[in-house]
Design a protein around this ligand. Structure first.
Ligand code: BES
Ligand code: ZN
Length: 883
């Protein structure tokens, strides 16, 4: 690897006296090096004199020796870009401190002290959106994972728990509302304006600290907990957004009730506040008693938010609320344990949404997400176990693996224990570790003890990366069906060899004649190879395997298309029905993409798919929400995953050709479905939402099969739309079709919603993700649009993340798409490194691409790596991606 940053041996003869310091790679931090902090910080007092361009922070820390630590003669306080203005120990100004890089080191003898530190920060200049920053004139914080050290010198690590008292003061005009964690204890007026004091009685790590000051209004409600306490709820937004907060409040109340009923978890403060901000790196943040949200996950009304957006609000509100127990009351010992809180909380929010919206459809959505983002990560250069062994920048490990695979791993424990015993395990976990900073190992042990499982071998799921493959062969002889299962965990970076893991597979064997099975079984594969025999089958049964996606593995089997058509029709497990359709289509597309598929075979495969799809379109028993799922073609990324070497152009062409064939062949049924659903799609109820989903799907097929017809239908759907779901679905189809209607509707959409940033984000992303052949030109023009803004992460993602999904744009054979993303990374890195680094992932897929594109992609990664002064975030992702 030829990267300028690699330190070389200094050579006295050549090095000039004033040569700039040799850049050094950011250090690798290892899980095995964990040591408890030498000091405890039982209490922290923070005083903020607020100003958008200058905020003065006075932090007072009471510290005491940690009996579990070493007898150190000093204390290390992390900082990031801070300069100390005053340092005092026990009331005496100190000048014996020194800086070590960004950290402040203070000599400290004795057992207990009070340290006082004053710093000054400029929130307006904070474009990273980590620490204290300004957004739309308001001030807010984001501290996870290591943002608190941009506010005050502090042991900024999750195992240092402290109770916080926060006082803030500022001009009443600019900051009429002053919020922090916990409960408001006092407020008043003083010479500089007004002030408020908050106290959080629950000890917490610094990453859960939050402060918000600004001109905000609240939607208020109350919740009575299971023990009869009343909690005051408030969702804070800008005045013009207040009427779009009803859904968020309802979601919060449903989450609070559900966590009591399903996990026995009660809220523990008198107040719960949520604030929505327009500039936010992530979706939302679970700060104790003061969740801070991206506006995208708070604001919703039918005219501006799609049904998918409604689900997103409900799921994210639930997720952050659930962290109050899985994350805050029990937090993480160190950042290697991130999946302890994130994987578990994702599972909890998934189960909540299954209960709210229907388990089958939610499970299918979650599996689709896992396969389209986590499986590729697990098979690429950034693969890592759900409990990583090392990192350079923790921000890079908020990944689909930690989150979504982490949730799947805990879901498998639940599947093996059953929900009741699993609940006993989680009860024990919360009881044992309440108020502690715990590890994944603590969680596993609590589930073992509480649920009565032996998870000895299961622990490998925490240590090994890579998606296991399970080969399934079903033989039939006489009256016996024999299922042979073989597992293989593929090699991943730094892990060339793997051990077999326990794989819980729910399976059923269907009788072809009756269309029924005689009971589902759970088989837990623990060896490389297992053989299971089933007696009493005169005829070879049809195998339904990994029902409900009981394990996050890839099943590999040879199966007759007829059997898949059978399962798509008869399986009583909704996920398995979806899976059968996917397998049927993937099987065909993979052989078509491979080339040399004879015309007769192509026709036969298409007819099988067409027949199954036709049955789905017209089945009166099917709920539209489920019908909509069954109508979805496997994604471009999922298809690429099935191939050793991918040519995005060919994959796209074959997928589109199938879509067009289905659109033409089933035109009548699709148009009839669209018409029927249109008459049922008013309102926000379950049936109307389902109707809108199938309308959108029908239009997608028709657009490929009969573009003129689809354009006319989409234009009238757009004009008649009463919901953003209908309007966006219509505009999406039109955006992909060249023609005058495209321009007219895009202009109309912009004019209608120009004052609504979240909707303008949709306007950017619809164009950037479209199937239009000129998508590259469109994206270039949009990047120069006056509404484009590199400082707003939502806007950046809506244009460029959307673009990375386009086979014709991002993967243009010229390499222009790759260059555009590399240029973006280089421009964004100095502004917002954590957002910039997230764009490296799509460039990391080069090993799996055909040689031409692979070289172009790699070239762009090398160009980024050669740039001096890269952030730790981008540096780590680029070097890992180059491998
Ligand atoms: N704790 C995270 C937010 C976070 C992540 C802050 C990384 C800083 C760095 C929060 O609980 C979270 O996981 N948010 C998700 C949404 C959630 C529904 C999966 C997010 O922001 O994407
Ligand atoms: Zn989370």
């Amino acid at each position: 690897m030829d990267i300028a940053r690699t330190p070389s041996t200094p050579d006295g003869n050549y090095q000039m006296a004033d040569a700039p310091p040799e850049p050094v790679d950011p250090p690798l931090i290892r899980r095995e090096d964990y040591k408890p902090f030498d000091w405890l910080v039982p209490q922290t007092r923070l005083d903020f004199a607020l100003g958008v361009e200058s905020t003065r922070v006075t932090a007072t820390l009471s510290v005491a020796r940690n009996p579990a630590g070493e007898q150190a003669g000093e204390i290390r306080l992390n900082g990031d870009g801070l300069t100390p203005i005053e340092v005092a120990v026990d009331g005496q100004a100190s000048n014996s401190w020194r800086m070590d890089g960004n950290d402040l080191i203070l000599p400290l003898a004795g057992e207990a002290h009070e340290i006082r530190l004053v710093t000054e920060i400029d929130p307006a200049a904070n474009s990273q959106l980590m620490g204290l920053y300004a957004s739309n004139g308001m001030l807010c914080t984001q501290c996870e994972a290591e943002g608190f050290r941009r506010i005050a010198f502090f042991p900024d690590r999750p195992d240092v728990l402290s109770t916080y008292t926060v006082r803030m003061s500022g001009e009443r005009q600019a900051f009429p509302v002053l919020l922090s964690n916990g409960n408001l204890v006092a407020q008043g007026e003083d010479s500089s304006g007004h002030w408020a004091e908050w106290h959080d009685p629950w000890p917490k790590p610094s990453y859960l600290f939050a402060l918000v000051a600004g001109d905000l209004v609240a939607r208020r409600d109350t919740f009575t907990t299971m023990s009869g306490r009343t909690v005051d709820l408030a969702i804070w937004v800008r005045a013009e957004d207040l009427d779009r907060t009803e859904h968020a409040m309802e979601s919060l109340i449903r989450s609070m009730r559900w966590d009591e009923e399903v996990f026995g978890r009660e809220y523990d403060l008198d107040q719960f506040n949520i604030v929505a901000v327009g500039d936010f790196n992530m979706g939302a943040m679970e700060n104790k008693g003061l969740n801070v949200f991206n506006t995208k996950y708070v604001l919703a009304d039918p005219e501006t938010a799609t049904d998918g957006d409604y689900d997103g609000v409900e799921g994210v509100i639930a997720h952050e609320y659930f962290h109050n127990w899985s994350g805050n009351r029990v937090t993480c010992r160190d950042w290697f344990q991130l999946s302890l809180k994130e994987g578990f909380t994702v599972l909890r929010d998934q189960l909540f949404s299954e209960d709210m919206r229907g388990a089958a459809v939610k499970r299918i959505e979650d599996v689709r997400l896992l396969r389209s983002v986590q499986f590729p990560e697990d098979s690429g250069p950034l693969a890592h176990p759900i409990r990583p062994d090392s990192f350079r920048e923790i921000g890079n490990f908020y990944t689909p693996t930690i989150y979504n695979k982490g949730a799947e791993v805990i879901r498998m424990m639940r599947t093996m224990a059953g929900p009741e015993r699993f609940r006993q395990g989680t009860d024990l976990y919360f009881e044992r570790h309440d108020g502690e900073a715990a590890t994944c190992e603590d969680f596993i042990r609590a589930i073992e003890d509480g649920a009565g499982l032996d998870l000895t071998q299961f622990r490998l799921w925490y240590a090994q990366a890579g998606t296991p493959k399970v080969e399934a062969v079903l033989d039939h002889d006489g009256e016996t069906a024999t299922l042979t299962l073989r597992q293989m965990v593929p090699p991943t970076p730094d892990q060339p060899t793997k051990l077999p893991v326990p794989i819980p597979l729910r399976l059923a064997l269907f009788d072809r004649a009756t269309g029924r099975h005689n009971g589902e079984q759970l088989v837990v594969l623990t060896e490389v190879e297992s053989v299971v025999r089933f007696a009493g089958f005169a005829e070879k049964p049809v195998l339904s395997i990994n029902r409900g996606f009981s394990a996050p593995v890839a099943i590999e089997r040879t199966v007759e298309p007829d059997d898949l058509v059978f399962l798509a029709r008869h399986d009583d497990d909704a996920f398995a029905r979806y899976e059968a359709m996917q397998e049927l289509i993937v099987g065909h597309l993979v052989s078509a993409i491979g080339g040399g598929l004879p015309d007769a075979a192509r026709t036969e495969a298409r007819q099988a798919i067409g027949g199954a799809l036709s049955a789905i379109l017209t089945d009166p028993e099917l709920d539209d929400a489920m019908r909509g799922e069954l109508m979805m073609l496997p994604s471009q990324t999922y298809l690429s995953e099935q191939l050793l070497v991918a040519d995005p152009g060919t994959i796209h062409a074959e997928r589109e050709a199938l879509k067009a064939w289905l659109g033409r062949t089933l035109e009548g049924e699709l148009a009839a479905l669209h018409q029927r659903a249109s008459s049922q799609s008013a309102g926000m109820g379950h049936a109307a939402r389902g109707a809108r989903k199938v309308k959108g799907q029908a239009l997608v097929f028709l657009a490929a099969g009969n573009p003129e017809l689809a354009a006319t239908m989409a234009a009238s759907q757009y004009d008649a739309a009463e919901t953003m779901t209908d309007r966006q679905a219509a505009l999406m189809v039109l955006t992909g079709l060249p023609g005058a209607e495209r321009t007219r509707k895009l202009i109309d959409f912009y004019n209608r919603f120009q004052n609504d940033p979240l909707v303008i984000d949709k306007w950017f992303s619809l164009q950037a993700s479209s199937l239009h052949p000129q998508v590259i030109e469109h994206v270039k023009a949009l990047a120069r649009h006056p509404d484009f803004n590199l400082k707003n992460p939502n806007r950046v993602r809506s244009l460029f993340m959307a673009f990375t999904g386009t086979p014709l744009g991002f993967h243009a054979p010229s390499g222009e798409g790759y260059r555009m993303i590399a240029d973006l990374i280089l421009a964004l890195d100095p502004i917002n490194p954590s957002t910039a680094a997230r764009f490296v992932t799509p460039l990391g897929r080069w090993r799996r691409l055909e040689p031409g594109r692979a070289a172009l992609m790699r070239g762009e990664l090398e160009r980024i790596a050669a740039k001096a002064g890269l952030s730790r975030d981008t540096f780590e992702q680029v070097t890992r991606s180059l491998g």
